[in-house]
Design a protein around this ligand. Structure first.
Ligand code: HEC
Length: 126
């Protein structure tokens, strides 16, 4: 009894998170990890850039190529292509991969987390 009430409370709290148009399904770890990114990035075609660029179509794209976004000179000159491996390195420690990047994110140390997040990005940025 007690635990199901707690579960319901948690579900309600998740559903009411600020900025959440729809609550992330708790079963998808990638969706949960995306919460660390979404203050700065949008995912879908036509959504505006935020503090960071819109990520629609980012898989396989050249770094620094989102229209209308003002990149750091370091990112603009990086010549990175966003493959799985490049995204994995980037998410591990952005500042180490692109010195001088303006992305204020320390990094995601767990390899499993990065894998789940990249799988989520592949689905959601198509
Ligand atoms: C505090 C804001 C912020 C957070 C949090 C953040 N980013 Fe970024 N992101 C940026 C900015 C700003 C840039 C552009 C960096 C530059 O120009 O050096 C960027 C760039 C990127 C790029 C390269 C885009 C391109 O067009 O080349 C990717 C991919 C990316 N972020 C993914 C993520 C993911 C995934 C997360 C969550 C783990 C995340 N970011 C968290 C602000 C953020």
């Amino acid at each position: 009894m007690k635990s199901s009430a707690a579960t319901l409370g948690l579900a309600l709290a998740l559903g009411l998170m600020p900025g959440g148009a729809k609550a992330a399904p708790a079963a998808d770890p990638g969706a949960r990890l995306w919460l660390q990114c979404r203050a700065c990035h949008s995912l879908k075609a036509g959504e505006p850039n935020k503090i960071g660029p819109n990520l629609h179509g980012i898989i396989g794209a050249k770094a620094g190529s989102r229209p209308g976004f003002r990149y750091s000179p370091a990112m603009a000159a990086s010549e990175i292509t966003w493959t799985d491996a490049a995204l994995d390195a980037w998410l591990t420690k952005p500042m180490a991969m692109v010195k001088g990047s303006s992305m204020a994110f320390a990094g995601m140390p767990a390899a499993d987390d990065r894998k789940n997040l990249i799988a989520y990005l592949k689905r959601e940025t198509r």
